[in-house]
Design a protein around this ligand. Structure first.
Ligand code: PLP
Length: 374
């Protein structure tokens, strides 16, 4: 049997990794400024993370959500403390898309309404509801397209209010920073307007922090720079440093009902052990401060380059929009410079490195980037 051929692959086979470094099967070393798409938060194969998973696997790896799992309670307590959302509750699932599905479902249960407002250039995942909330017709099948979703422009509060005023909107979903759509940071006033409008019209503000959250911008969640408190916050990617895990934080006014949400694998012992290890490492190594510091350093160092149209983002979520298509540059960075980066659209190099990236590693990238641009 062959693989269903849906991924465009680089001809590289990573076999080992540590921190921000990846080695392939030929022994070639790479600097990882992509983090497996923002997933590697605390660094590849961090010894404490590896040890935590080993210890847990030797105790118990899996049981179902029909028994008590103290690790889930500990994780809820820890996320509450580090994020400042201690009064919220936690539901654990397996991925970013599933988190957004659960958020939309919960908003609909809570309000009794069935339409969701999303934004142009959004990406919320590939499952049925999540892909319907995603502004990319190429990945929305006719089956997915039946959801009631309206797209507004980001930062256009008046358009959102006009939709909310129709009375059938369960929720408004927005990324803390739009990632796949090209690193667009919503205006802080706009997020505050959304929060106020959702309260006024009885809708739920859902913050998708799957890519922008978990310390990447220097705050635990990107929206915390705007000082808003959403009804639901969705998480994934960096939460467990590569062990599949997702979750949603739910404001106190939401009433749980037995059976309302559920999952087989979500919140299993290994996912919780991985997620707890990630929080320990983020705290012990002060990785949120590092993300902010090294991210600022990269942004400042890129300023003034005439080939760059704009650098956007916050902390270690950085979009470098070039004046030309970036595919050749990205390939040169990978095959000549041995640096993994991401892209967004045609003209943007996207950096989503592990939060432990050092200034020396950032400088190595900057030197290579400048050399390859000439
Ligand atoms: N939401 C955002 C903002 C994302 O960037 C992604 C993935 O890139 C998702 C949701 C979907 O996450 P997953 O691929 O884990 O389902």
């Amino acid at each position: 049997m062959e693989l269903f051929d849906v991924y465009s692959l680089f001809d590289i086979t990573p076999v080992q990794a540590r921190g921000c470094t990846v080695w392939d099967d030929k022994g070639q070393e790479y600097l990882d400024l992509y983090g497996g798409h923002a997933v590697i938060s605390v660094g590849h194969s961090h010894p404490y993370y590896v040890a935590s998973l080993k210890v847990q696997l030797n105790k118990i790896g899996f049981y179902s959500n029909s028994v008590r799992n103290p690790l889930q309670e500990e994780l809820a307590h820890r996320i509450g403390a580090v994020s400042g959302y201690g009064d919220y509750t936690l539901f654990l699932d397996n991925s970013g898309a599933e988190s957004n599905e659960n958020a939309a479902k919960l908003a609909s249960f809570h309000t009794g309404k069935d339409r969701i407002i999303a934004f142009r250039r959004s990406f919320h995942g590939r499952t049925s509801g999540a892909v319907a909330l995603t502004d990319n017709p190429a990945i929305v099948s006719p089956f997915n397209a039946h959801h009631k979703v309206t797209f507004c422009q980001i930062n256009d509060a008046a358009a959102v209010e006009a939709e909310l005023a129709r009375g059938d909107v369960a929720g408004v979903i927005v990324e803390g920073i739009q990632g796949c759509g090209g690193i667009h940071v919503p205006a802080q006033d706009f997020l505050r307007d959304l929060s106020r409008l959702c309260d006024r019209y009885g809708a739920v503000l859902i913050l998708d922090e799957v890519q922008s959250g978990y310390g990447r911008t220097g705050r635990f969640f990107a929206h915390q720079w705007a000082d808003v408190r959403p009804g639901i916050i969705t998480m994934g990617k960096g939460i467990a440093n590569g062990f599949p895990c997702g979750g949603i934080l739910i404001a106190p006014q939401f009433q749980a009902r037995k059976g309302m949400l559920g999952t087989t694998f979500g919140g299993n012992y290994l996912a919780c052990a991985a997620a707890l290890a990630v929080l320990d490492i983020i705290e012990q190594e002060d990785l949120m401060a590092n993300a902010l510091d090294v991210g600022d350093h990269i942004r400042k160092s890129l300023a003034g380059n005439p080939r760059i149209r704009e650098v956007r983002g916050k902390g270690l979520m950085i979009g470098i929009e070039m004046t030309e298509a970036v595919d050749p540059l990205r390939r040169a960075l990978l095959y000549n410079g041995h640096i993994f980066t991401g892209v967004a659209g045609q003209n943007m190099i996207r950096l989503l490195p592990p939060l432990c990236l050092t200034k020396a590693q950032a400088d190595h990238f900057l030197r290579t980037f400048n050399k390859l641009l000439v």
